[in-house]
Design a protein around this ligand. Sequence first.
Ligand code: UGC
Ligand code: NI
Length: 170
Amino acid sequence: MSTYQLTPKPLTKEAFAAFGDVVEAGDVSKDSLIMINDGNTERYDSLVKVELETPADTAVINIFRAQPRQLPMKIEMMERHPRGSQSFQPLSGEDYLVLVADPVEELTPEHLHLFLAKSTQGINYHMNTWHHPVLGLHKVCDFLVVDRKGEGNNCEEFFFDKNLDITIDL
Ligand SMILES: NC(=O)N[C@@H](O)C(=O)O
Ligand code: NI
């Protein structure tokens, strides 16, 4: 049995850029920030473009209510959405984990990248980015999820060899 233990890096725009976007107010380029509502409100505008495979697809807004993961946690699979992007915005005030992988067809533990996202940071997986299903921590957490609805299968899964012992922890 080969053992791999991953601990997270802090989530930053730069570190996550190959996999998607970090969605947060405050640290954005000046042209994203628009004052609206007669100066009452800061609009952090168009931080992410929702990716949809065809014009017939629709972007939908969901809420995922995730049970907290028990750590250390064994990682058995990854998934990707080939027909659209998927974003997660935390609603419950808790940090969470984000596990992504390099764009290869046969994943090995070396392709995995684990990030710790702050409770103020959302993420957007670019279309077809390998990721683990939502990894909420500490308590039941809600996430606002924007992703693609349309024809065809939009979820491909990869299962690691059962002889691999891959675990994530804080
Ligand atoms: N299956 C589903 O909608 N959830 C996953 O895509 C996920 O990333 O959590
Ligand atoms: Ni997903």
